[in-house]
Design a protein around this ligand. Structure first.
Ligand SMILES: CC(C)(COP(=O)(O)OP(=O)(O)OC[C@H]1O[C@@H](n2cnc3c(N)ncnc32)[C@H](O)[C@@H]1OP(=O)(O)O)[C@@H](O)C(=O)NCCC(=O)NCCS
Length: 176
């Protein structure tokens, strides 16, 4: 299979970014539920069931807005984008999510996934991409800065997890 995103970064030469398939569900769900259980990127304590995950992934597959990173035949990360808000006036704006499997961070996989999401959203004619990031998530803030996202503001203490308040940093990138 041909990679759809090529990178000169030696750390990620063995990684292929490709559109997700329905068969990726279990691998994607494992990465997503690990993030729910152990981190503050997703502000819920409830792991996603297989049925919920299947519906979520199917919506992305229908739009062509889900990609996975594959290394040695294993899915080591995924990225998606979808509607930021449901009202029709927001239809040209999407929000992204990028998750890399524990143990694979810092190899450039997140960067390869986010680059693919931006290219895909631009090809789809979308106008703006938003990221909503827990303010203490230095890796994600850096990742988005490196891909041309600007800081659009921080909303303090709008979330809670693990017994503390969480701040939300919004970042914005013009597409096209
Ligand atoms: C955030 C995440 C997607 C980044 O993916 P990654 O593959 O680890 O990141 P990359 O290796 O592509 O690095 C991207 C940039 O962030 C930097 N970075 C990586 N880890 C970092 C850290 N802990 N602190 C600060 N910067 C960091 C890298 O140096 C790189 O910047 P550079 O290009 O200037 O060198 C990944 O860490 C992850 O899955 N985290 C858990 C889930 C999550 O937080 N998702 C984002 C939700 S908004």
């Amino acid at each position: 299979m041909n990679p759809i995103y090529e990178t000169a970064d030696a750390r990620v030469r063995a990684v292929t970014i490709r559109p997700a398939h329905a068969a990726d569900l279990d691998a994607v769900l494992a990465i997503r539920n690990h993030a729910i259980e152990h981190g503050t990127a997703l502000w819920t304590d409830t792991p996603q069931s297989r049925d919920e995950g299947a519906a979520w992934l199917a919506a992305h597959l229908a739009r062509g807005s889900a990609y996975v990173a594959e290394c040695a035949a294993s899915v080591v990360g995924f990225g998606v984008y979808g509607p930021w808000k449901d009202y029709s006036g927001f239809r040209h704006t999407v929000e992204n999510s990028v998750y890399v499997a524990e143990g694979q961070h810092g190899r450039g996989i997140g960067a390869a996934l986010l680059g693919t999401l931006i290219t895909s959203a631009e090809a789809a004619g979308l106008h703006v991409m938003i990221a909503g990031i827990e303010s203490g998530n230095a890796a994600s803030v850096r990742l988005h800065e490196r891909h041309g996202f600007e800081h659009a503001g921080t909303v303090r203490e709008v979330g809670t997890k693990f017994g503390r308040w969480l701040d939300l940093t919004l970042m914005r990138r013009q597409l096209g």
